[in-house]
Design a protein around this ligand. Sequence first.
Ligand SMILES: *Cc1c(COP(=O)(O)O)cnc(C)c1O
Length: 360
Amino acid sequence: MTRVFNFSAGPAALPEPVLRQAAEEMLDWHGSGMSVMEMSHRGKEFIAIHAEAEALLRKLLAVPANYKVLFMQGGAIGENAIVPLNMLRGRAKADYIDTGEWSKKSIKEAQKYCSVNVAASAKDSGYTRIPPRDSWKLDPDAAYVHITGNETIGGVEYHWTPDVGAVPLVSDMSSNILSRAIDVSKYGLIYGGAQKNIGPAGLTIVIVRDDLIGQALPICPSAFDYKIVADNDSMYNTPPTYAIYIAGLVFKWIEMQGGVSAMEAHNRKKAAVLYDYLDSTRFYTCPVAREDRSLMNVPFRLPDERLDEPFLKGAQARGMVQLKGHRSVGGMRASIYNAMPIDGVRALVVYMKEFEAQHA
Ligand SMILES: *Cc1c(COP(=O)(O)O)cnc(C)c1O
């Protein structure tokens, strides 16, 4: 068996020890005689798996007691609708910060439910930076302010938490949740699909301050009403049980690596290996402003598009896959989430240098 270095933006690589444990437990979880996939979500085994996953996530992110942790479905794109359905709370307007492809999607969806004020946009910079806070034109009557914590496609990330006063801050952290320490109390709501940094697709994480729930629009589907989901311990309908189990194993793995701060230190080191090289050469270019570069998704270009295919082929031959950039922006993108070992990034840089020497 050969495992590749998988630079996919999502669904993405998972820690190998997690996959091994899941394989070992596949047919018989802890003497239950069943796979987790076959368990009733109301049975004591799964309730324990679910409770442990939630407790670990709370511990890793130091989630304050007045926040609910919800395990939902529908992905971040589903949440783009679920957020306004729940968070408008009698208001008709929301502020959005436009930093790229994912914010644009969030904005478009929210416009179905409310009047969206794009309080700042990075469009003028070609989405290569986060608009500085002092340029934001926030509406004091907005129900919330929405940001995209990490733009998975553009490789632009907030390295600071915006102060938006008393208006709740909502962040789509699909691609950087658990990659770095955050102060949850500065947010009203954090959401993200699991398939980048947490586990299999199908699970969506929502962390929401409890005073913000309970005022969903009447048209909000019951299964997506945060209050109903919270009151039923995320089991109003059948939750994505297997994905929650794997997420729990990943949380345990992060804890064993030393927690989120240790993960962050490791991620900074990993990202530096790649960015330092990108900055040292004129062959490859990274379009993103230095201070806003993502630790998770590193976009870069070759000097000529005709080199893209040979570059990808050579990478594949060396066991490095999924380096092609998103179709909307082109070029290359290396996604280096928590589960990507530093050796994978080093191997990529060695290959990039070789390729440069051959084609420069
Ligand atoms: C991947 C991603 C999404 C889309 O998530 P789905 O699970 O496909 O709905 C949304 N936002 C960000 C920031 C992402 O990285």
